[in-house]
Design a protein around this ligand. Structure first.
Ligand SMILES: [Zn+2]
Ligand SMILES: [Zn+2]
Length: 188
């Protein structure tokens, strides 16, 4: 039985086939108790969330828009990961690969800066950043282990250096978090 459900949401023109791949692979890489489901429709983000002077979306506002539009999120039980082809930023950073707002239950990965001519490389980056943002939604912080998927990525080199896997410490935290959540739900 699923304790946590994560809804994968294609944003704008994000390819459905890639969103389906993320849904399947994350389902294999997260511990039991976390279920991933692909939303059978797309979300469109209004241009009011676009910063014209920077030609980038405001990442946090896109995540809040995702949470508000779905209307079915119930953190920490029902969460969403949006996938966007756009470029985005948060205040203080030139760009972000993704953003997670655990209290809203929503995260978004922005794939523009993950592109590579090598499609497999691109998909691997997409998987890593998707795992990373969902990890944040499930209570994980940044990890000091540079090979762990929860290590902070300042550049695409950092993304390529880490593995599409949680280190043992993060995996243990994740499993503890899910079993605690399962117990608290069972007793309510
Ligand atoms: Zn992070
Ligand atoms: Zn770790």
């Amino acid at each position: 039985m699923a304790i946590v459900e994560v809804i994968i949401v294609p944003i704008g023109s994000f390819p459905i086939s890639e969103a389906a791949l993320v849904t399947d692979v994350l389902g294999e890489r997260f511990p039991e108790g976390v279920r991933f489901r692909l939303l059978p429709s797309r979300l469109h983000v209004p241009l009011t969330l676009f910063d014209w002077s920077r030609a980038q979306y405001r990442a946090g506002e896109v995540a809040l828009h995702l949470a508000g539009s779905l209307g079915i999120l119930d953190p920490p039980r029902i969460l969403a990961l949006g996938l966007s082809e756009a470029d985005a930023f948060v205040e203080g950073l030139n760009f972000v690969f993704g953003v997670a707002l655990p209290t809203a239950g929503a995260a978004v990965v922005f794939s523009r800066r993950l592109y590579a001519r090598d499609r497999n490389l691109y998909l691997e980056r997409l998987i890593k950043e998707s795992m990373h943002e969902v990890g944040h939604l499930l209570g994980l912080d940044h990890c000091p282990n540079p090979r762990c998927v929860m290590s902070f990525s300042n550049s695409i080199h950092d993304v390529d250096r880490k593995e599409a896997a949680f280190c043992e410490a993060c995996l243990t935290k994740l499993e503890d978090y899910i079993s605690r959540l399962g117990r608290s739900l069972g007793s309510r």
